[in-house]
Design a protein around this ligand. Structure first.
Ligand code: XMP
Length: 429
């Protein structure tokens, strides 16, 4: 293995992710594992130079104060006890903690600062090959950051043993399905099954106005299409997943309750019994992006803004119709083009258009005509729990308004949503 590792064992601290980030900032790779890791599991981790038993306020699980197994204390590497068995917690000062981490990691453990993407990729390639052998792996490739990066990593590790399935449900942004085919089939020479399921999704969604119902239909139909494709392929034992570390944190650990349940391709029938391959599961989002860049993925894929799973389906408000869906897609493309041209692309966290299911009267070619309004939303946030509205220059909003009302069929007005979250949410549905 190319990189050294410090293992953090979760003994009820809320600071596990923070400590992990601070050790990685020192240039040393680190992974967080549950307190009850077995001797065998610990021995199987590559390059371990030291262990931190990270105690904290969530130390009581099911009424019992937790501890690590004896084997951990007897491991052949230095062990640091923090806020556990009477040992002091981390120093409160951000600088002092860093110094104590630095002393442990470098002076006591003798770790080298060799955590970088090149070494991470080299190690993961080896681990994937070890796990998969000559088996076959299936991956649902949406074109989002996480699935794209995991696809690129799996292609590097096992090439044609990987089959990617891209389901085009008709609710993606302009150019996205084409980019997936171009990058993965043509540039990376991957086995890519492209499924045109547009009619199937839109037929199922016809007349459905309730947002939660729409989400259920889109999610459920996605599983069914993916399952059908999986059954057509022979001898697949593994399922690749773009799980990343925040997904795991939000799903809860043994000591911290779930914030929300995480599912990438959850809900597959049990007879499709796959073993998971999740090579990004210890990476934070910015590290996933760095990994994508190192693997040669285009910036437009790696740095793309968050996009909801149900896609444009929740931005074509109310019952989806094909003409309004096309108007959402076209107006979104204009907004993205103008934000990119005007230096807002990497600056604004999320921006998009939505079209309500109403018409208002306007003037088109000298005649009164009823057409839709387009709503522009552009927000900034850290965690999507609250959000503020971007102060987009008025002249730019006027220019975008002109383009949308003149280039997008059926749209005669543009509105800018000035509402922060709360009281609004980021999406309209
Ligand atoms: P809201 O609208 O709740 O959105 O303020 C917060 C963030 O979540 C995204 N979002 C979704 N993502 N499936 C997703 O994968 C969904 O159903 C969904 N709904 C909202 C939204 O785009 C924003 O980034």
């Amino acid at each position: 293995m190319k990189q050294d590792m410090i293992v953090i064992l979760d003994l009820g601290s809320e600071k596990n992710p923070q400590i992990a980030r601070e050790i990685r900032a020192l240039g040393v790779y680190t992974e967080i594992h549950p307190h009850d890791i077995t001797e065998q599991e610990l021995a199987a981790l590559p390059g371990v130079k030291g262990i931190i038993l990270n105690g904290g306020p969530n130390r009581v699980v099911d009424g019992v104060e937790i501890d690590a197994s004896e084997a951990v204390y007897k491991a052949n590497v230095p062990v640091l006890l923090v806020d556990h068995k009477g040992n002091a917690p981390w120093p409160k000062d951000e600088a002092e903690r860093k110094e104590s981490l630095r002393r442990f990691v470098f002076d006591q453990c003798g770790a080298e600062a060799n955590w970088n993407m090149e070494n991470f990729i080299a190690d993961q390639v080896e681990l994937i090959r070890r796990q998969v052998g000559d088996g076959k792996v299936l991956l649902a490739l949406s074109g989002g950051v996480d699935s794209s990066v995991v696809a690129a990593l799996l292609i590097k590790a096992i090439g044609k043993q990987l089959t990617c399935v891209h389901v085009n449900h008709g609710l993606l942004r302009q150019g996205e399905p084409e980019q997936v085919v171009e990058v993965f089939r043509h540039q990376m020479d991957a086995n890519l099954v492209y499924v045109d399921a547009v009619d199937r999704f839109l037929d199922k969604l016809a007349g459905v106005a309730d947002p939660e119902q729409k989400r259920k239909i889109i999610g459920g139909e996605f599983i069914r299409v993916f399952e059908e494709e999986a059954r057509k392929l022979d001898g697949i034992r593994f399922l690749g997943q773009g799980t990343i570390y925040p997904d795991i944190i939000e799903s809860g650990t043994k000591t911290v309750k779930a914030v929300k349940s995480h599912h990438n391709v959850g809900g597959l029938p049990e007879d499709l019994d796959f073993e998971l391959v999740e090579p990004l599961k210890m990476l934070f989002k910015d590290e996933v992006r760095a990994c994508g860049v190192a693997l040669g993925l285009p910036d437009s894929m790696v740095y793309r803004q968050p996009f909801p799973g149900p896609g444009l389906g929740v931005r074509c408000l109310g019952a989806i119709t094909r003409d309004r869906l096309e108007a959402v897609r076209a107006s979104d493309a204009i907004l993205r083009e103008e934000f990119a041209k005007n230096g807002l692309e990497g600056k604004v966290w999320q921006y998009f258009t939505a079209i309500p299911d109403i018409k208002s009267v306007g003037v088109r070619d000298g005649k009164r005509a009823d057409e839709w309004p387009v709503i522009i939303r552009a927000v900034n946030t850290v965690d999507a729990m609250t959000a503020t509205v971007e102060d987009v220059p008025f002249a730019l909003l006027q220019h975008i308004t002109y383009r949308i009302t003149h280039e997008v069929k059926g749209v005669n007005r543009v509105l800018y949503d000035l509402t922060p979250k709360p009281t609004g949410t980021i999406e309209w549905e």
